[in-house]
Design a protein around this ligand. Structure first.
Ligand SMILES: [Zn+2]
Length: 563
């Protein structure tokens, strides 16, 4: 008698289960240590093994050689469970038995002792379909479970089970089967069934099965009905509506060259060959996602469901495109889905999207833009800056026991930025408070952290002994000598900071500098060539001007715009 593949290859024990190692391991341990729950919830996509595991569990518990994690699959209990005719293992589909009377009947049935085997096991498939009354009846039973009864609730929609039910069950979430696991499984099946098929063919089937073993096997079955035992790649593509890798490469080349004509031609040819638009769209978006992964993640090709050769071909067709380009491509394609599914003219939408893709300029990575900007401006920092200098990630290394040298502090770059950064690494909240300081300056050996009067409460948060200690230690590391911490919050410091610096104190750098300069200074800044380029390139605005104390402003030379 012919058996469909999905049934024939249903796993008979935990070893044969595809994926779901977390489930089989936990259940094996529970069986071996005799610590079983009264009720289990198996949740997950269809075809991920929920009912199979429920049956394996039933065999484990009722096998004549058991309870055991590896049932014999030969005894009466095992064979009857496999054939769904065991007296003590009841399997019901909640979708077809939603009436509360039926549930009550069933629950009464399970309350009797097992007929022959050790346990009575009730497997409720699609458990979320039970009516509210049925749930309540079930809940009552779960509150005082009869001895030797095990419930297994299988569901594709965990969210629809009542929390009161869930709290009385051990919940397992069944995961989508990864493409690699699926391909391995399909390969085992094909070898045993003497089916000849390429690896890329199996990958295609696995992708179409979307993580469901049952779906993947039924697709394989359809393929066999069409092709016989020898499956040619082209036949498979035709059957699954897939697109040959060469066609994808051709399309990607058009994308990389921003050539609308080339992309439209690929689309036109596919339609001529009788392809549907949606599978092609699927291929494009999957392939854009794969390219993004390869660009963004080191060794990202391991996450792909493509053969290395195919991945390399796709990648070399799109060398010119960066992560930003691919992200925008992905977005435009993703926006297309709804239209493709619902519009009466999906082809027009597809074509318009391709033209949009062609009209996108290639996005230049920001590093390149910055490079070209710095290449055009003199190496020394311009006198005025439109954007704040990026903070160094780490505090500068400490110089052994160098005494504090007032004059050199400002020259070491931005010790305050280093201080804030180091503090933020240790205590993010404290770092955030430091950033609100109006001024941070060195007065002799004292590091003065000044807040505006209205920030008194914020300043107080720095005054705890351990915070002061943290600040002191961090500051000493950066300054390379003993430092006292002084936290001030008064109007006095506010004015002092704006007036010419007293000889005693060395102004380091302020997180919040003067908010506005004289208008002429602003104008001068806007006309500075380097700043001009930044303003144009980023659509930026000059918001803040800070005088550099040590580096005298160098006249900037205007260099030919490289962009
Ligand atoms: Zn057995």
């Amino acid at each position: 008698m012919y058996q469909v593949l999905a049934r024939k290859w249903r796993p008979a024990n935990f070893d044969e289960l595809v994926g779901q190692k977390h489930v089989s391991r936990t259940l094996t341990n529970a069986i071996e240590s005799k610590r079983l729950a009264h009720a289990y919830v198996f949740a997950g996509l269809r075809g991920t093994g929920k009912t199979s595991v429920a049956r394996i569990l039933a065999k484990c518990l009722n096998c004549e050689t058991g309870p055991t994690a590896s049932p014999c699959n030969k005894c009466d209990a095992c064979t009857e469970i496999a054939a769904s005719r065991a007296m003590d293992v009841m399997e019901i589909d909640a979708a077809s038995r939603t009436k509360v009377e039926q549930t009550r009947e069933l629950l009464e049935l399970v309350s009797y002792a097992p007929v022959r085997d050790r346990y009575k096991i009730l497997i409720i498939d699609e458990a979320h379909m039970l009516s509210k009354q049925s749930f309540n009846a079930l809940l009552k039973t779960l509150e005082e479970p009869p001895p030797n009864v095990i419930f297994v609730l299988a569901t594709t929609e965990l969210g629809k089970l009542l929390p009161t039910i869930l709290s009385r069950c051990q919940v397992f979430e069944f995961r989508r089967i990864g493409t690699r696991d699926m391909v391995e499984h399909l390969r085992r099946v094909c070898d045993a069934e003497k089916i000849e098929i390429s690896d890329s063919g199996l990958e295609r089937i696995a992708r179409a099965g979307e993580g469901s073993v049952r779906d993947s096997l039924s697709i394989l079955e359809r393929v066999l009905a069409f092709c016989g035992q020898q499956v040619a790649d082209d036949d498979l593509l035709q059957l699954l509506g897939g697109v040959r890798a060469e066609v994808l490469v051709q399309w990607l080349k058009g994308l990389a060259a921003r050539d609308a004509g080339a992309m439209l031609q690929v689309l036109d040819e596919l339609i001529d060959e009788g392809h549907d638009l949606l599978p092609f769209w699927n291929e494009l978006i999957a392939c854009t996602r794969d390219l993004l992964l390869m660009r963004a993640v080191p060794r990202g090709e391991k996450l792909l469901s493509r053969s290395p050769e195919e991945a390399a071909a796709l990648q070399s067709a799109t060398e010119k495109l960066g992560v930003e380009d691919l992200t925008r491509t992905f977005q435009i394609l993703a926006d297309l889905e709804f239209g493709l599914r619902s519009s009466s003219q999906p082809r027009f939408l597809f074509e318009t999207a391709l033209i949009r893709l062609a009209s996108l300029g290639t996005v230049k990575p920001i590093e390149d833009v910055l490079q070209s900007l710095t290449g055009a401006t003199p190496p020394s920092r311009p006198a005025m800056s439109a954007a704040p200098t990026p903070r160094p990630r780490r505090a500068p290394a400490s110089g052994a026991s160098r005494p504090v040298q007032k004059k050199n502090l400002a020259a070491t770059g931005s010790p305050v930025a280093g201080l804030i950064e180091a503090v933020r690494d240790a205590k993010p909240m404290i770092g955030a408070i430091l950033e609100q300081a109006q001024d941070i300056l060195l007065d002799g050996q004292a590091l003065v952290i000044a807040f505006e009067k209205e920030n008194e409460l914020v300043a107080d948060r720095l005054r705890t002994p351990e915070t002061v200690e943290l600040l002191r230690r961090t500051a000493e590391k950066i300054m390379g000598g003993p430092v006292n911490i002084r936290i001030e919050s008064s109007n006095g410091v506010k004015t002092a900071a704006k007036e010419p610096q007293p000889a005693e104190s060395t102004r380091l750098d302020t997180p919040h500098g003067a908010r506005s300069g004289p208008n002429e200074l602003l104008e001068q800044a806007r006309n500075e060539p380097g700043v001009k380029k930044l303003l144009r390139e980023f659509g930026a605005q000059v918001v803040d001007i800070r005088p550099l104390e040590l580096n005298a402003p160098e006249p900037a030379t205007d260099v030919e715009d490289p962009l």
